[in-house]
Design a protein around this ligand. Structure first.
Ligand code: ADP
Length: 373
């Protein structure tokens, strides 16, 4: 005999693909029972009509119920939540904290926020961001990315995301790829149009991302900043004061010079510098020898200089070699840490993710703030 609680227990294994919680926790199950003909019948409430993931939910519900002994077949009917039910859902998601604002700033928020910065474009900042995110997610951490590279947004492509975010009233549900929740300015721009926004609009857009996008409880939030030291970096510092900066550079001394400015902004904004990542460090040739295409030493040099500038220890967290597979993984929407985890580049990225995952909270890397002159 299949009891109602057995049916509900089966449905509790169905996770909403966007909200990442069991559908039974989200008020999405209107009814479920076994009919006289032995078929299970479930009525599932979607958050919004035209939910892009209706097929996934239907398939998952069907699979969960079919697995039960004594169920001869499954019929799933989809309905849509009423405004009251949606309001209840939002209430539940926010855990009763109805006030608006940026959840990562809430007292007691344990989310570590890293703003990935670079002095100039093309050094691999976005590639590093998505690979670190996927590597951290693969370790079981709850990870989100905000692609704040307004002019050069590339994170959706690198993560293989074509799906648009779902809107539940004023709440925006970010698409999930490789276990990472991703929101990008690129998801709000039609086609490949340029984004011509000045500072205040950028600030507002970022603020909206950070307060209206439902990320849920995250262990790590990564922000992909535009290159340089522009408005967005300042906005991030204002909107997320506890964001720590990760600076990506190439080994070239000249690149380290410009990257230093991106890191040194921490002095003005009072942020911490979480470390330096050197990318495109060398290329391994077919004969096994290595070639330093962009010179060497930039990462170490930058870490030393930033240590002095911010007056706190800044470490070189890793050196990532050039690898055609890294670029190909990006083009295919499958980051190299997942596509080819055994490669040297993936190992270097995973090592940096490991270091970030294990970074102790508290004083480590904290700016000491006392500089007698
Ligand atoms: P940024 O965000 O700094 O502008 P991207 O991450 O978009 O840089 O990288 C620029 C280009 O360089 C992309 O085509 C990317 O695939 C490629 N790339 C980045 N890092 C590497 C690497 N270590 N090996 C090979 N190609 C890389």
């Amino acid at each position: 005999m299949t009891t109602h609680s057995t049916l509900l227990a089966a449905l509790a294994t169905v996770i909403d693909p966007e909200l990442r919680r069991p559908i039974t926790d989200l008020g999405m199950v209107e009814s479920v029972q076994v009919e006289e003909n032995g078929r299970a019948r479930a009525v599932i409430r979607l958050t919004v009509a035209g939910c892009p993931l209706r097929e996934t939910i239907t398939a998952d519900v069907t699979a969960a119920l079919s697995a039960l002994a004594g169920v001869a077949g499954v019929d799933v009917e989809l309905t849509v939540m009423t405004p009251e039910q949606r309001a209840q859902l939002k209430e539940r998601l926010k855990g009763g904290a109805a006030e608006r604002g940026i959840p990562f700033n809430a007292e007691g928020s344990l989310t570590r926020v890293y703003a990935v910065a670079s002095g100039k474009g093309g050094v691999g900042k976005s590639s590093v961001t998505v690979n670190l995110a996927c590597s951290l997610a693969a370790r079981g951490l709850r990870v989100g990315i905000v692609d704040a590279d307004i002019y050069g947004f590339s994170v959706p492509g690198l993560m293989g995301i074509t799906q648009a975010p779902t809107r539940v009233d004023e709440m925006i549900l970010p698409p999930v790829a490789h276990g990472v929740k991703v929101i990008s300015i690129g998801m709000f721009v039609a086609g490949n149009q340029p984004v011509a926004w000045r500072g205040p609009m950028l600030h507002r857009a970022l603020e909206q991302f950070l307060s209206d996008v439902y990320f849920g409880d995250l262990d790590v939030l990564l922000l992909d900043l535009p290159p340089g030291t522009g408005d967005v970096a300042i906005s991030v510092a204002q909107l997320l004061p506890k964001a720590e900066i990760l600076v990506v550079t190439t080994p070239q001394a000249a690149a380290a010079d410009v990257a230093e400015r991106a890191g040194a902004i921490a002095v003005q904004t009072g942020q911490k510098v979480a470390g330096v990542i050197e990318n495109m460090s060398f290329l391994t040739l077919p004969d096994g020898s290595t070639m330093e295409l962009f010179g060497s030493g930039g990462g170490t040099l930058l870490a030393q200089r930033l240590t002095r500038t911010v007056n706190a220890p800044v470490q070189l967290l890793g050196q990532i070699p050039l690898d055609v597979a890294l670029r190909e993984g990006g083009d295919a929407g499958m980051p190299i840490v997942l596509a080819d985890p055994g490669s040297a580049a993936a190992k270097a990225l995973a090592g940096i993710a490991e270091a970030l995952a294990q970074r102790p909270r508290g004083l480590a890397g904290m700016k000491l703030g006392v500089t007698p002159v």
